[in-house]
Design a protein around this ligand. Sequence first.
Ligand code: NAP
Ligand code: G4F
Length: 335
Amino acid sequence: MKKALITGITGQDGSYLSEFLLARGYEVYGIIRRSSSFNTGRIDPIYEDPHVPHRRLHLVYGDLNDASSLNRILRTVQPDEIYNLGAQSHVRVSFDIPEYTGEITGLGTIRLLEAIRESGLKPKFYQASSSEMFGKVLEVPQKETTPFYPRSPYGAAKVYSYWITVNYREAYNLFACNGILFNHESPRRGETFVTRKITKAAARIKLGIQQDVFLGNLDAKRDWGYAGDYVEAMWMMLQAPTPEDYVIATGETHTVKEMLELAFDRLQLDWKKHVKIDAKYYRPTEVDLLIGDASKAKKQLGWQPKVRFEELVAMMVDADLALERERLDGTRKRG
Ligand code: NAP
Ligand code: G4F
């Protein structure tokens, strides 16, 4: 039975990847952080689902900021595959906490790679690289050979992690891959990222719980895919004959405004009546346009995105409407 270790298991991608690997017979170990409130909401349903073999899911305390915890976990778990998904992953927030973002999103990767090297183990390694590295894009669409031009402390930290992963592949012959993933969303997306913020607000406005939603730049364009499709690509990279870097994207781009329109239309709402602009959501430097070319992954890995943008928005709106209805009913019952 293969063992996989996941950093960032409590995040959106960590939860989908855990389900994916458990379904393929893996023993899954996830690193979680100590928190004063529960932070395992996205993976808790695994324990309740009779179809998911949850006895093969193990959670261990650790932190990308704590090398000794990483060393200990590697020694005890001895994983065959490591997926480094842990990060301070919010671009706007990275301008407020740039040093911390560099510490976790950048240096966290070298801590993990050094722990691997010191352990003497040879696990396959996946690094969660990002289309944010293309930033002020130097080519359209962006592919593996497009130069990087990051526009945020987050983007710069991810560029460091990208190159240190390449370096450990070349210097120590580690089977290490960068997945350069474009934005991917789902009903489990963090509530402060723009898609989820919009679908949650639309649902609450429909139910009369709130009136308005405050947003920033509506003209930015993103290549949005479905997280469930993207975690499959992570796994495929580690099963390939050679370790390489791959762009994962849909090849379609849409503005935030288009996303808003679709989400509100689904609930027969006019977004213009409810959206207010708040300058605090603008970034000091913005990434205006992202659109990826995933031809290499399609050709070499046989990967394909399955969920289209319109389906993704509908899935997220429907899930948020159901969730908000449930919350409302719960509040009413409690009186
Ligand atoms: P997410 O939902 O924000 O999850 C981030 C995860 O990292 C959480 O489990 C979080 O734990 C963990 N984490 C944060 N700080 C940590 C630390 N100091 N030590 C250990 N773990 C820590 O992110 P996501 O959307 O699933 O994305 C997964 C990865 O892919 C991230 O590295 C992200 O930067 C990258 N990425 C995402 C996208 C996208 O569109 N989603 C695109 C490209 C790349 P807590 O739950 O305790 O906070
Ligand atoms: O949803 P976002 O915060 O995602 P962003 O910045 O593209 O980053 C996400 O995708 C990256 C991959 O390209 C990941 F690496 C990263 O970890 C993260 O998952 O913002 C998308 C766009 C931006 O242009 C932003 O300025 O939406 C715009 N926006 C407009 N109003 C807003 C808002 N973004 C947020 N978060 N909140 C707003 O109110």
